[in-house]
Design a protein around this ligand. Structure first.
Ligand SMILES: [Zn+2]
Length: 307
């Protein structure tokens, strides 16, 4: 069977949306790849992320290793601090419909990316609902219909965020890091919405670690595809749609050379949901990952289904 790979594109900032998304649309079209894009549609408060330097072990090291100042303009680094945060979706209303017209999946990556990433566990269920509802209202205004997929900013999810995905009728979420699709459990509570985790590390996590170059990262992706299991690679509009666009194009070319089949997450979700009774369940654990500052939500060991 051909190796299978989904490209999940997280768009966190206005710069990533305005510049990275059009660049990625072109590169993906050149390689005949349909991807799954997840857009943060509310205010760009990237400047506030700078304060993670004081809170999160490994953040400064990661900024240095990934050459963050080259990724983000000075203006982006001031949004939400010295400058007000511009609303991402409204600033380029043509781009989300353009993605859909090109055949890509378009889902939500939250409203205020920095607020969700840094404060999800301190937000009341009402405030989590407000983040999702504001993102959904902006999406509906842009696309004329609501989104049915959600990817949590910073791979941060909780019982209340997953419960809300169910209450708001999302088809699936892609909020965690893990090995294969599952139903997320938090203690004794098994939530109802299918989770399709990111299975591969990201370029920004590995770049510069032990001398890892973009071509070494590509080799790692190709070797993981040999496992025969479908893989999900998350890229960022600010990275692979920016200074690492050429490296991403080379990754796609090498995948094409190996006859990798690309798929969109929503198509896989619909396929999996034809037999929802056989979906495994697993706990969601908060863990540290190599190269990533702070903790992320990760798939725990598979648990037996009670029904
Ligand atoms: Zn993000």
């Amino acid at each position: 069977m051909a190796p299978r790979l989904a490209i999940k594109v997280d768009v966190d900032t206005l710069e990533g949306f305005r510049k990275g998304v059009p660049a990625l649309i072109k590169v993906l079209a050149d390689h005949a790849v349909k991807a799954s894009f997840f857009l943060a549609l509310g205010p760009d408060h990237s400047g506030r992320a700078i304060f993670r330097i004081f809170r999160q072990r490994g953040f400064l090291e990661k900024m240095w290793r990934t050459r963050a100042p080259a990724l983000y303009s000075f203006k982006t680094m001031c949004y939400g601090t010295l400058l007000p945060g511009p609303k991402i979706g409204a600033a380029a209303p043509h781009l989300a419909p353009q993605l859909a017209a090109a055949g890509h999946e378009v889902g939500l990556h939250g409203y205020d990316h920095v607020r969700w990433h840094d404060h999800l566990y301190n937000l009341s269920p009402e405030k989590v609902a407000r983040e999702i509802d504001r993102a959904q209202a902006t999406y509906t205004a842009l696309m004329g219909k609501p989104a049915y997929s959600f990817a949590a900013p910073g791979w941060q999810c909780s019982l209340s965020s997953r419960t809300l995905l169910g209450a708001r009728n999302f088809l699936y979420g892609s909020d965690t890091r893990g090995a294969a699709p599952y139903l997320p459990a938090f203690g004794d509570t098994v939530t109802k919405v299918l989770e399709i985790p990111t299975t591969l590390p990201t370029l920004d996590e590995l770049l510069g670690f032990h001398g890892c170059r973009p071509q070494d990262f590509t080799n790692l992706v190709l070797s993981r595809l040999e496992s025969g299991l479908p893989q999900v690679l998350t890229i960022h509009a600010e990275m692979e749609g920016g200074p690492f666009l050429g490296d991403f194009a080379r990754l796609l070319s090498r995948c094409r050379g190996r006859r990798v089949e690309f798929f969109r997450l929503e198509d896989w979700a619909r396929e999996l949901l034809r037999n929802p009774d056989i979906l495994p369940k697993a706990q969601v654990n908060s863990q540290r990952l190599p190269g990533r500052a702070g903790h992320v939500s990760c798939q725990g060991p598979q648990e037996a289904r009670s029904s």
